[in-house]
Design a protein around this ligand. Structure first.
Ligand SMILES: [Zn+2]
Length: 263
């Protein structure tokens, strides 16, 4: 029987004071849920709920019932802050629960025969009862790279992300490609330069909805910046003392730019 519950909607989570999860109680049975899932983390069972209403006060009341504590909606991304305020196991487990409930709610039908999927009897997976295919949670690997030239670093403005922010070059890994080859390709495609000394810096699960970010440093090798004009609106070299607006401290990009991922 689960003792702790992850309650989400759509990109926020309910937490009790002191960063605790709500505890299973009868009031939670009354919450309207779009998706309800049972998972195990390190052998321990959890209930995961995707509620139907954003920032619902009724959901907060149900989560707090019997605990004697206040609770609130918190952005899931804020759990990835690296300032020590969030217990690491909570961030890791909530990220796993959030990625799984998003996958589960989007995995209803067999892509081979169109049959309705059922829960796998023993694993975190779905099974098609008609043709027997199993569907496991998917991760989409992506690289993110901070390119250095002397004392400066390459930051770009993406057309399809928040346009007033400068961030690192990033992109999805393609079939048949190594992570390092993906770094070199993405930098060349997006900015027109080549890089060398590609070195691993760290990694982070980023379940929005299913990315797995692998971070690198690299050094400029040749060429001048020519943004592709489609994905990248602007590409520039910045020194650490004159940084533009950059992504939030929850992101891998921030950690790379601020020197917290040195590999
Ligand atoms: Zn099938």
């Amino acid at each position: 029987m689960e003792s702790s519950v992850f309650v989400f909607h759509p990109d926020e989570i309910v937490l009790l004071d002191s960063f605790e999860l709500p505890v299973l109680n009868p009031a939670l049975e009354t919450i309207a849920c779009a998706t309800r899932m049972h998972i195990r983390i390190d052998g321990k069972p959890f209930l995961v709920l995707m509620t139907e209403t954003a920032r619902s006060a009724d959901v907060l009341d149900a989560c707090a019932a019997g605990s004697g504590k206040a609770c609130s909606w918190v952005p899931v991304k804020s759990l990835f802050a690296q300032d020590g305020s969030i217990p690491e196991p909570l961030a890791r487990n909530a990220g796993r629960a959030y990625g799984l409930i998003n996958w589960y709610s989007a995995t209803r039908f067999c892509t081979r025969c169109g049959g309705t999927l059922e829960d796998h009897p023993s694993e975190t997976a779905m099974r098609c009862p008609s043709c027997g295919v199993d569907y496991y949670p998917r991760l989409a690997p992506a690289i993110i790279v901070l390119v250095h030239r002397g004392d400066t670093m390459l930051l770009v403005r993406h057309a399809h992300r928040i346009q007033h922010l400068f961030s690192c070059v990033a992109g999805y890994v393609e079939h048949g490609e190594t992570l390092e080859a993906c770094v070199a390709r993405e930098v060349l495609e997006e900015t027109g330069i080549t890089v060398k000394n590609i070195r691993y810096a760290g990694s982070q699960s980023w379940p929005f909805p299913d990315q797995y970010m692998v971070a690198f440093h690299a050094d400029w090798a040749s060429g001048e910046l020519v943004p592709d004009g489609e994905e990248i609106l602007e590409a520039r070299w910045f020194s650490r003392s004159e940084l533009p607006n950059i992504p939030s401290p929850y992101s891998v990009a921030w950690k790379l730019i601020m020197g917290e991922l040195n590999g």
